[in-house]
Ligand binder design. Sequence first.
Ligand code: PGA
Length: 254
Amino acid sequence: MNQPRPLVAGNWKMNGLRASVSEAEALARRLEGNKTVETQVMICPPATLVALLAAALDGNSILIGGQDCHINPSGAHTGDIAAEMLADAGASAVIVGHSERRADHGETSKAVRAKAEAAYRAGLTAIICIGETEAQRKQGETLNVMSEQLSGSLPGAAVSGNTVIAYEPVWAIGTGLTPTLDDVGEVHQHIRTELTGRLGADEGAAMRILYGGSVKPGNAAELMAVENVNGALVGGASLKADDFWGIISVYSGR
Ligand code: PGA
């Protein structure tokens, strides 16, 4: 079975001002000059920069994503952003269910599924995040939690063309800690089995499963080499073009 094309997506979180566009432009130049890199690259900037980055990178292969969306296409929802607005601003994807949204904004898997459906409605790819807390891992609950979050968050209409799964252990995000390679492999295999059970062998194998949580240039190669890891969702190390490039270029000339 062919491996899906790897995706490395940078999640800038609540970081980035207009000056940060130059980092994205520097990255675009690197990609332009390194045609052997097979990675699909995406940047998910704060909403204020989506249109700006889309314009700056127009004609380049870097995709733009949002970090969250509301379930409705418009309406009286102060401070929220519709998937349609992200699409209109030039995004082709949106992250939904990031653990920071689940924890800080009380987003349930049911809410995450509705957001993913909103993404489809707007023609966006949904990057659906799942991941266990430290306590859940210590209690040996990781695989159960993955099954629960997947079945709760994944819409019935999910296919490999409109959905990417990101496995992000909550305790590994922004901490410099990562699971062992065996643990990453175990969880990704479990997610793969769930996906093939749900979507059938071909679609289940084609859906990309990203690893996220303290991915850095120094550990990207070994993490990305784990079976069923089809790329990365990168926070801190995506903010500087040099660091992000160190992760993206792992997929060069393999
Ligand atoms: P990190 O964040 O790479 O800074 O750990 C990952 C994420 O939250 O997507």
